[in-house]
Design a protein around this ligand. Structure first.
Ligand SMILES: [Fe+2]
Ligand SMILES: [Fe+2]
Length: 277
């Protein structure tokens, strides 16, 4: 499958990451930018980490712009239960309007997801054998990343495209270089040994932009509970060969050298969550 990347992306449109895989996120000015993803497979579609209530109208507009009808969405996947993923569940259920719509998460998340006024059947990845096989045979694999950051957190590998959807893991509090959706790390960033500033808005003297590494460090330090949980999650992520890492916040990583640089940097962090207190 060919990767279809367009650096001159229009953030007001869905962005195609691979055949049938789209970023359908919103850049709400007051909110932490989130990245919902849509997989279109024949007549079937799956939405991953669908987004917040304020983002719903933008996300749904972009879903429609991919050319599908809402009722083609057969499954909603939620890799944990935060409002930035799950807030629009009632809106999605209403517009999809399918009695057989399935919501997939994990048993530790599901009692909380119920509080979003869910009326669809709510399934656990463990009871599904940690995979979802679509009508075409396309397989999505679910890999638990416990306590990174929720007890029931997991990541999802689309075997067809090789894209790993990592939810908050590999996330960042900002997107450097304006609205660019893809990581653009130059030589300096790939081998950076500078101390990262505490202020995510501070501009790097070498790249003349806000620092992606600062945004990622601060995000993981604040969102993940401890270093051990992050390192375990990284071991899960790198137990599979992903061609692209697509987090729920920040930028998408598609170059091998950038993925490896981020692996080295994230694995080296020791001040995550309670370990920073
Ligand atoms: Fe979260
Ligand atoms: Fe999040």
């Amino acid at each position: 499958m060919s990767m279809i990347l367009n650096k001159n992306i229009n953030p007001d449109r869905p962005v195609q990451l691979a055949d049938g895989v789209f970023w359908v996120g919103a850049n709400h000015p007051k909110n932490l930018p989130a990245n919902p993803y849509l997989i279109v497979d024949g007549a079937e579609a799956v939405l991953i980490d669908g987004g917040s209530r304020p983002d719903f109208s933008t996300v749904m507009r972009k879903i429609l712009q991919t050319g599908i009808a809402p009722e083609q969405i057969s499954h909603l996947i939620y890799q944990h239960y935060d409002p930035d993923l799950c807030g629009s569940i009632p809106n999605l259920e209403q517009i999809i309007a399918r009695d057989d719509l399935r919501i997939i998460s994990k048993k530790e998340n599901n009692p909380f997801i119920r509080h979003y006024s869910v009326r669809s059947q709510l399934l656990c990845i463990d009871r599904l054998g940690r995979e979802l096989v679509l009508q075409s045979g396309r397989r999505l694999r679910f890999l638990p990343t416990p306590y990174a950051h929720s007890a029931g957190s997991f990541v999802t590998l689309d075997e067809t495209s090789g894209i790993l959807f990592t939810s908050d893991l590999f996330g960042s509090i900002s997107r450097p270089r304006g609205l660019s959706l893809f990581a653009e790390m130059d030589e300096h960033c790939l081998d950076c040994r500078d101390p990262w500033p505490e202020n995510p808005e501070e501009v790097c003297q070498k790249t003349h932009d806000v620092c992606l590494l600062t945004g990622m460090h601060l995000f993981h330090r604040e969102v993940m509970p401890c270093t051990k949980a992050l390192r375990h999650a990284l071991s899960v992520i790198f137990s599979v060969e992903a061609r692209m890492i697509a987090p729920q916040h920040g930028v998408i990583f598609h170059r091998k050298e950038e993925i490896q640089a981020m692996r080295r940097i994230l694995e080296s962090l020791e001040d995550i969550g309670i370990d920073h207190v």
